[in-house]
Design a protein around this ligand. Structure first.
Ligand code: 2U9
Length: 357
């Protein structure tokens, strides 16, 4: 018994790794292990012999088991010690900088315009970008072969041979949204309609998709005076000036009568636009009193209600506010160059921490 004890305790303390320990466990106390076989032979012993050998074998089994466990946890401790020596973390290192995205200038201007008109009590309306030609043209007093249809460089949807349903168009302006809103909400109402519009045109100041915001105010007793005040408030807030002079130039749109294009007083010293001062005029939007036929198309009683409407290009006013010369640049993926033109959102701390200056 003492030999067995000596043998296993020596082997256990010499074991090189956990696999060797496991082998020893099987060899000593496993089902067919050496100590287990001795225990099985207890049955063949005389009661006197068994009384001595039984407890001794049990004690030996316990001793071998605890030697195995002790050796195993010593090995684990040594391995952990080894890892701690080689693997370590400097918790005082600064964190990795993640480049944050920044809001696109068109989205920013879209939000600025929406916020300004919201303050004046306008709510936002949106509608489909693929429209029937009734909502895009007829309802806006551009029936059949009206020349304005051709001027708008409209994208038409494809119709299969023999399909004689009226064509759909990519909306050329957001005006259909106002018609849909008139049908839904009736008068009085004040809405603005920001959104994407499409025209087949591409050069320095035109892209085939661009953004408009149009506004519509319907009520009893609405006049051009209300329109003028409203646009003055908008221009002052948008260009962040205390005062500005507006010039209304008589114009023509099929959907408004009378119609006016609106210019703001400005100066262009050293290629820099200053709004509100100087001797130049800058066209920023179109406007007018809603044509009675258009009111009727939206189901509004033109004898009772009047309305003013206006429209402007979000991309265009973004170019003016932030001094961007080529509209196509808005659709490049990398906008860091905008910093050169003083686009303030790029300089807000935290917004673009990953960009190089
Ligand atoms: C309804 C009634 C009237 C919207 C208007 C303009 C004048 C206008 C242009 C500005 C630059 C389009 O982006 S642009 O090319 N828009 O000049 N838009 S009045 O009038 C409406 C709209 C809807 C029911």
């Amino acid at each position: 018994m003492d030999d067995l004890r000596e043998k296993y305790l020596t082997l256990i303390s010499a074991a090189a790794d956990e696999a060797a320990l496991e082998e020893l466990r099987v060899q000593a106390v496993g089902k067919k292990g050496e100590i287990s076989l001795h225990m099985r032979s207890l049955g063949k012993m005389s009661p006197e012999e068994r009384q001595v050998a039984g407890p001794a074998l049990n004690a030996l089994k316990d001793e071998v088991n605890s030697a195995l466990n002790a050796r195993k946890s010593a090995m684990a401790d040594a391995a952990l010690e080894e890892r701690l020596k080689s693997e370590w973390l400097d918790v005082t290192l600064p964190g990795r900088q993640r480049p944050a995205g920044t809001i696109h200038p068109i989205s920013q201007v879209w939000e600025e315009v929406t916020a300004i008109f919201s303050d004046m009590g306008f709510s936002v309306a949106e509608g489909p970008q693929i429209e029937t030609d009734w909502y895009n043209f007829d309802a806006l007093n551009m029936p059949g072969h009206h020349p304005a249809r051709a001027e708008m460089d409209t994208f038409y949807t494809h119709r299969a041979e023999g399909d004689d349903r009226p064509p759909h168009v990519l909306r050329t302006h957001t005006s259909p949204v106002q018609i849909r809103s008139m049908e839904k909400m009736g008068a009085p109402m004040r809405i603005i309609c920001p959104g994407r519009v499409y025209r087949a045109d591409y050069d320095q100041t035109h892209t085939p998709m661009f953004h408009q915001v149009e506004g519509l105010a319907l009520d009893t007793g609405i006049s051009m005076a209300n329109l003028k005040w409203c646009l003055e408030e908008f221009v002052k807030a948008f260009f962040e000036v205390d005062d500005v002079e507006l010039r209304f130039r008589a114009s023509h749109f099929p959907f408004t009568e009378p119609s006016a294009e609106v210019d703001i007083r400005c100066s262009w010293a050293d290629g820099q636009l200053k709004v509100g001062e100087g001797d130049d005029w800058l066209e920023i939007l179109g406007s007018g009193m809603v044509h009675p036929k258009v009111l009727a198309a939206g189901g509004i009683d033109a004898a009772k209600y009047q309305g003013f409407a206006f429209g402007m290009g979000i991309d265009r006013i973004a170019m003016l506010k932030y001094g961007i010369p080529d509209l196509r640049a808005f659709f490049d993926s990398d906008l860091r160059w905008l910093r050169h033109y003083g686009f303030a959102a790029l300089d807000k701390p935290g917004l673009v921490s990953g960009l190089s200056r």
